[in-house]
Design a protein around this ligand. Structure first.
Ligand SMILES: *Cc1c(COP(=O)(O)O)cnc(C)c1O
Length: 426
């Protein structure tokens, strides 16, 4: 029995499924999860000492790679000053100022501890600020596991969503309308029917939880126009894309101005930190200045803010995203060439340090078409790469991440591994 198998058995005895977040369990791809013992730069090592080139990067935060010296130093200094105070600190102001300086649509920001918390609070804020109940989300977009957002489409536009999780009463999701991503006609129809009742529309403008699917410019523009026309708030969930696809996030790439932006992942640099923000008028609806309640014992934690600040300082340096984008492009081009050589249907997407690939002849535009991928083929690719020391996300509906620590050699080694696996996939 391998060490990873032993650890998985032990874990399953005391933690449901052996993991503290479901996708880590390898349920979609089968096999035994690797228990990671340490990471440095672009690499992670498992409990057996096997090394992997890491394209998950803790699901997005590790944009500088693991153990960046400036980040580690900032965290070590913060730790010696105190782990948590439950009182305001100057570092929270510094991080807020740094975020606002980089995101022109935000005038004020509230720091929280997870993307789920930030998304949930953004929904409450939209409802509180508009005095309305209904929200729109899109199939395939993930906004954390708050009750009102664990929803799939009901039958037709007149019926609201059905919960995707046990333990969420239908009353809780009855105000959530789930629409198809990139379907302008359906969006128009939904606003025509329900516009006066819609508090907010929440979207991943570059969706990273159905692999990688970009909102078309027309669709993104229509989301903005319809929210403005009907007095609903546009919430852009940039937990994954914020400071990942570029300094201005997906809203910068697509040229849309949200009313509320949700951030996480990169802004914590690997520590539990997330945020939501928008205009002063909207954000002042939050307690203690306004009637919308939200709070957190560890919000704005001094170690997490030190980690986030040090990370933001590095990524704001000139040329950072050009270099990162070039690496990501080299990776997806190499993978495409390897797949083409082997005659495997394949296509890719990328922006900044985020990429997606599909075992499909053309890029999907929505969740249903992403799910046409053959999962058996993906699973073979996943395990083939893992066996060759390349760690991609263990599910075909996840995006991938390149960090500043990935070298040309790492990318060449990844492409070489993929070439071997593709040859067997045909
Ligand atoms: C990861 C993610 C979340 C949830 O963040 P957690 O920190 O895992 O709670 C929300 N929205 C998007 C777009 C995400 O990618």
């Amino acid at each position: 029995m391998t060490i990873n198998t032993q650890l998985f058995d032990r874990a399953r005895a005391v933690i449901p499924g052996g993991v503290n977040s479901p996708v880590r369990a390898f349920k979609a791809v089968g096999g035994t999860p690797r228990f990671i013992s340490r990471a440095q730069g672009a690499y992670m090592w498992d409990a057996e000492g096997a090394r992997y080139i890491d394209y998950i990067g803790s699901w997005g935060p590790m944009i500088l790679g693991h153990g960046h010296p400036a980040v580690i130093e900032a965290v070590q200094r913060a730790v010696t000053e105190g782990l948590s105070f439950g009182a305001p600190t100057e570092r929270e102001i510094e991080l807020a100022e740094a975020i606002l300086a980089l995101m022109p649509s935000m005038e004020m920001v509230r720091l929280v501890s997870s993307g789920t918390e930030a998304g949930m609070s953004a929904i409450r804020l939209a409802r509180g600020a508009t005095g309305r109940k209904r929200i729109i989300k899109f199939e395939g977009c993930y906004h954390g596991h708050a009750d009102a957002l664990l929803v799939k489409a009901g039958s037709g536009l007149a019926t609201f969503g059905q919960s995707t999780s046990a333990g969420v009463p239908e009353e809780v999701v009855q105000h959530t309308l789930v629409l198809e991503f990139n379907n302008v006609a359906q969006l128009d129809e939904a606003f025509a029917l329900h516009g006066a009742d819609i508090a907010g529309l929440i979207i991943e403008a570059i969706a990273g939880n159905m692999n990688f699917v970009r909102a078309t410019p027309e669709f993104a523009r229509r989301c903005r126009e319809l929210c403005t026309q009907h007095g609903a708030l546009l919430i852009v969930d940039e937990v994954m894309t914020g400071f990942r696809v570029g300094l201005g996030g997906a809203q910068g790439v697509l040229g849309i101005r949200p009313d509320i932006t949700v951030l996480g992942k990169v802004i914590g640099g690997g520590m539990p930190l997330a945020a939501f923000g928008g205009s002063r008028a909207i954000m002042e609806q939050m307690a203690p200045t306004g009637p919308v309640y939200q709070a957190g014992t560890l919000s704005g934690n001094p170690v997490a803010t030190a980690c986030g600040l040090a990370t933001l300082k590095e990524i704001a340096k000139p040329g950072f995203y050009e270099a990162l984008g070039a690496k990501t492009q080299a990776l997806v081009q190499g993978l495409q060439a390897a797949a083409d050589e082997a005659g495997v249907p394949f296509c890719t997407e990328h922006e900044g340090g985020m990429f997606g690939f599909f075992l499909l002849p053309e890029l999907p535009r929505n969740y249903a078409s992403v799910m046409k991928s053959e999962s058996a083929k993906f699973n073979a690719l996943f395990h083939g790469l893992l066996d060759r020391g390349v760690y991609i996300a263990p599910a075909l509906y996840e995006a991938g991440f390149v960090s500043a620590a990935h070298t040309d050699e790492d990318i060449a080694a990844t492409v070489a591994a993929a070439r071997e696996v593709f040859a067997k996939l045909r």
